[in-house]
Design a protein around this ligand. Structure first.
Ligand SMILES: [Fe+2]
Length: 213
């Protein structure tokens, strides 16, 4: 019985047009995301085998594979829900996401400050990576992370609440080499209701994650 399973998309392949082509959504979810799910399950099996046999020759590679595939599965699982065909704009109190809007202003000075930083972080990834808005539980602030692959260059304990996939598989069929155009277009499909729910859940969990009782 596999530990991890590929979640269903919350919409059909064409739901994010014209920002993301249906063919990209299909391949990205059905092939790429599925491969990370399989990779995480396979690696757990290989680690169990290593424990059974007390055979630790591959431990470095296995731990790296676990971080890579599991982080890929987690980030993509967030990514699909972060987007909606009815998304975009700015989060505001009038839309019921005032706490998120206030947190963005407190942490980045303004929504424009967040937008500029996250766009730049995602669009300038070297090789494969992500731009991530995360809740940092020690300070209670929001931060932007520029993630290498799926798992590098992140601070421990932070929770991703809005993720921009900047791997070529996320845009190349449609945007070719214009990664910055893709990232800028992504803002039009951001599901702020979903981001706000993740922010509220991270704050609740963060209070008990690192602080003394
Ligand atoms: Fe991806």
């Amino acid at each position: 019985m596999p530990v991890y399973t590929l979640p269903e998309l919350p919409y059909d392949y064409a739901a994010l047009e014209p920002v993301i082509d249906p063919q990209i959504v299909e391949l990205h979810h059905d092939k790429h995301h599925a491969a990370y799910v399989k990779g995480a399950n396979d690696t757990l099996e290989q680690l169990a085998e290593a424990r059974d046999k007390e055979s630790w020759g591959s431990i470095n590679g296995l731990e790296k594979n676990l971080a890579f595939h599991l982080s890929g599965h987690i980030l993509h699982s967030i990514y699909w829900h972060n987007m909606t065909g009815d998304g975009g704009g700015e989060p505001t109190a009038a839309d019921g996401v005032g706490e998120l809007a206030d947190a963005i202003t407190e942490s980045f000075g303004s929504f424009a400050g967040l937008k500029a930083q996250l766009t730049k972080a995602a669009a300038t990834t070297q090789g494969s990576g992500w731009g991530v808005l995360a809740y940092e539980p020690l300070s209670g602030r929001l931060i932007v992370e520029q993630v290498y692959d799926h798992q590098g260059n992140v601070g421990q304990g932070s929770t991703p609440i809005l993720v921009f996939d900047a791997w070529e598989h996320a845009f190349y069929l449609q945007y070719k080499n214009q990664k910055v155009d893709f990232i800028e277009a992504m803002w039009a499909v951001v599901n702020w209701q979903d981001v706000a729910r993740r922010h509220a859940a991270a704050r609740e969990r963060g209070d008990s994650l690192l602080l003394a009782p």
